[in-house]
Ligand binder design. Structure first.
Ligand code: ADP
Ligand code: MG
Length: 208
């Protein structure tokens, strides 16, 4: 479990900022962990703001909601720069589904941390093909703390690090839930990709 460093919490000390990143596959508990850290900051009477990409409206237009229905009020934004003004008066800023933002998120998070804000970023480290997702690799590089959380493979019960897409779309962004994606370990992910390409080959052959 992540324990908050004991710096910059007293109002008398100059504020010290830093970046925390929470990554993993879908269903790995990223949002739960983000909400847990933000709630602890609220208990410490710190000023907290939470942001999420405006395109992610799967559960709620404004709240950040985890798969086990924990939720916290957030502000949907289209561009990372929109955080700068409201976040400048905060102690802690939380960002969920960060993979959907472009690389300008890295600069914005750095600016906030440079100015004394504790920035907690949660997002998918890999897309449905197992490729690094959006600004997450750069964020992991510049962060002081990186936590990788794991889901459970729905096929074999091992530790899952991949978000396997069951639907046949080739878009990088396909918002969906248990009907479109499942958490899988490396072995079961590779098997699934293999089954998909065999099914595609059969479909192609039967077309002709
Ligand atoms: P994330 O933000 O990483 O997608 P959430 O924090 O929203 O994950 O949800 C985590 C919760 O999802 C778990 O506590 C558990 O209740 C539920 N869950 C559903 N499927 C799985 C799975 N395959 N492995 C682990 N947790 C799962
Ligand atoms: Mg989440």
């Amino acid at each position: 479990m992540f324990i908050e460093p004991r710096v910059g919490t007293s109002r008398e000390l100059p504020r010290r900022g830093w970046i925390e990143v929470v990554v993993g596959s879908m269903f790995s508990g990223k949002t739960e962990e983000l909400i847990r850290r933000l709630n602890r900051a609220k208990i410490a009477r710190q000023r907290v703001e939470i942001f999420k990409p405006a395109l992610d409206t799967r559960y709620h237009a404004e709240d950040v909601v985890s798969h086990n229905a924990n939720s916290i009020r957030s502000t949907p934004i289209a561009f990372p720069q929109e955080m700068l003004l409201p976040a400048s008066s905060c102690d802690v800023v939380g960002i969920d589904e960060a993979q959907f933002f472009d690389n300008s998120l890295v600069e914005v998070c750095n600016q906030l941390a440079d100015h004394g804000v504790r920035v907690i970023v949660a997002g998918l480290d890999m897309d449905y093909l197992g490729q690094p997702f959006g600004p997450m690799p750069q964020l992991m590089a510049v962060a002081e703390y990186v936590t990788k959380v794991h889901a459970v493979c729905v096929r074999c019960g091992d530790i899952a690090t991949y978000s396997f897409r069951k639907a046949a779309s080739a878009e990088q962004v396909l918002l969906g839930e248990t009907d479109s994606y499942e958490a899988r370990c490396r072995h079961c992910f590779l098997e699934g990709q293999q089954e998909k390409s065999e099914a595609d080959a059969v479909a192609e052959a039967t077309k002709h």
